[in-house]
Design a protein around this ligand. Structure first.
Ligand code: GLN
Length: 534
């Protein structure tokens, strides 16, 4: 008895469709429903794994090792849904499946067309998500903006869906922009009217409109939107800018968006309970006691979304430690030039995120040395761990030319290198060490204090590994290998003795942090940063 909500976007991109979907998911979960969310991406890449973060933003990795759109991160942070490869569908995947079938001869005698073959494939994949997750509600986010050529097959599939499963099992929500024009001092509804008009041309009449706006929408404006867009007035929902994204489920609840959705589906559910969310997340995020400055030293700093999950995980750790995190985004390439002391003044913690390629590496290494020598709390993630290892080799073990073979294939001291199995890899898409792996934690280490567990599960996305040949030497010089993947004896966590908080991990803990349950590594990192500030 699964119900499907399709969410489209209009007027412009970057309206926060992913966060809107996630917030609706949270709101419906608070009514006791089992929810899952799916993202349809209209690009032709099979997944975003091969794209530059400047093109796409962060690549979010699921437990089962799918490289997916960063909106899945919002889904997992807001809701209980566990996403997998089924929760992100791209045009590339759809065509890949249909063309393989055509080559196999499955459609012998037929002409393969966008309608019905491509649209059928999309509909199958949407139904599949409901089946594998056993969700009562599947929220389907259609990427792009209505009017784009690329997203047409997805919209057509969404239109047909209502024919297939029925009116009361499908709901169309359109997210749109209602801009405020400063010089006219007026709110304008025309872009929304046009966007809904375009959607109707495709055959979709939205049931609910969610209007992004800087200013409150008056009754008059809502009435106008309702009249011109053919949507009941009560179903014109205001989505005003908020201080923290975690407020949005509460804002929707105030406008009884959950009731509108449930009554469309003829569902009767328990009343919603967002009290804990409000107390433990929103109130704490809005009014913290302390403040602390953290440097994130990376090379995709200019892009809002390239380190999305890391910024969110820091915010969660802030909520847990009753403090506002002031993130100083630092371009590692810039740090390569001048003196680092000045740039990192007043910083109480340094985080080096993941990444690929040599550009900016020396700046990251410099920042890590600064953190190590000056006893500033440090958290290294994936490439951040590899850089910490290189720095330690060069400056604490006397291996002055040490490097990763990713950057210097012929380096004299390959402290980070490829495993044999990775050397054989030819296709670059989807072939990294991906998804969840177990890690055994060594007793009496910072890692064991942090996790308070012996065995943890964390998500990976990398090719290169610490080279075990150097383990003994490193241990002698004070590095502790506190987390190991037992099956292959791979180093997962390194830390330093005689340092208040220096820890780096080969995996990506940021993907598992939640606003109401900060990841232990981020939580303790911020705690250490606060200590330093005192
Ligand atoms: N480039 C490094 C590797 O492939 C690190 C990857 C990452 O930080 N995600 O191993």
């Amino acid at each position: 008895m699964t119900k499907y909500i399709f969410i489209t976007g209009g007027v412009i991109s970057s309206l926060g469709k992913g966060i809107t979907c996630a917030s609706i998911g949270r709101l419906l979960e608070s009514r006791g429903l089992k929810v899952t969310l799916m993202k349809c991406d209209p690009y032709i890449n099979v997944d975003p794994g091969t794209m530059n973060p400047y093109q796409h933003g962060e690549v979010y990795v699921t437990e089962d090792g799918a490289e997916t759109d960063l909106d899945l991160g919002h889904y997992e942070r807001f809701t209980q849904a566990k996403t997998t490869k089924f929760n992100n569908l791209t045009t590339g995947q759809v065509y890949n499946a249909v063309i393989s079938r055509e080559r196999r001869g499955d459609y012998l005698g037929k002409t393969i067309q966008v309608i019905p073959h491509i649209t059928n494939e999309i509909k199958e994949k949407v139904k599949k998500v409901g089946e594998v997750t056993k969700a009562e509600i599947v929220i389907v986010e259609i990427g792009g903006t209505v009017g784009d050529i690329e997203s047409l097959p997805f919209l057509e599939a969404a239109r047909q869906f209502r024919l297939d499963v029925g009116y009361n099992k499908t709901l169309y929500i359109h997210l749109t922009l209602v801009p405020y024009i400063k010089c006219a001092e007026e709110i304008k509804t025309k872009p929304t009217q046009h966007s809904v008009g375009t959607l109707r041309e495709i055959g979709i009449q939205p049931d609910i409109l969610i209007c992004r706006t800087e200013k409150p929408l008056s009754q008059e404006v809502k009435e106008k939107i309702s009249l011109f867009c053919n949507v009941p007035k009560g179903a014109v929902i205001e989505a005003r800018d908020v201080e923290t994204i975690y407020q949005i489920p509460l804002e929707f609840k105030k406008q009884i968006l959950d009731e509108i959705i449930l009554s469309h589906f003829n569902l009767i559910c328990k009343s919603s309970d967002l009290k804990k969310w409000e107390e433990n997340v929103v109130t704490k995020a809005l009014d913290p006691k302390h403040k602390v400055s953290i440097a994130v030293v990376g090379k995709y700093i200019g892009h809002q979304d390239a380190y999305k999950s890391i910024y969110e995980a820091l915010a969660h750790a802030g909520i847990d430690n009753d403090c506002r995190i002031e993130i100083k985004r630092m371009d590692s390439e810039d740090l390569e030039k001048g003196s680092i002391e000045k740039s990192l003044q007043d910083i109480c913690g340094i985080l080096v995120p993941g990444g690929f390629g040599y550009r900016g590496i020396e700046g990251k290494i410099k920042a890590i040395k600064f953190a190590r020598v000056n006893k500033i709390p440090f958290l290294g993630l994936c490439l951040g761990m590899q850089c910490a290892v290189i720095e330690f080799a060069r400056n604490a073990c006397g291996l002055s030319q040490a490097n990763s073979t990713e950057f210097r294939p012929k380096t004299k001291y390959p402290v980070v290198s490829l495993l044999e199995e990775q050397k054989k890899v030819k296709d670059l898409g989807g072939t990294m060490r991906l998804g969840v792996y177990p890690c055994r934690i060594k007793n009496k280490t910072l890692a064991s204090l942090t996790y308070a567990k012996k065995l943890i599960l964390e998500r990976h996305r990398h090719r290169y590994e610490f080279n075990n040949k150097y383990k003994k030497l490193f241990e002698k010089k004070g590095m502790v290998f506190s987390g190991i993947y037992p099956k292959k004896n791979l180093v997962e966590i390194v830390e330093l003795k005689k340092h208040p908080f220096f820890i780096a991990v080969q995996f990506h803990p940021e993907f598992k942090s939640k606003p109401d349950k900060a990841h232990p590594l981020f939580r303790e990192f911020i705690k250490a940063a606060l200590e330093r500030q005192k």
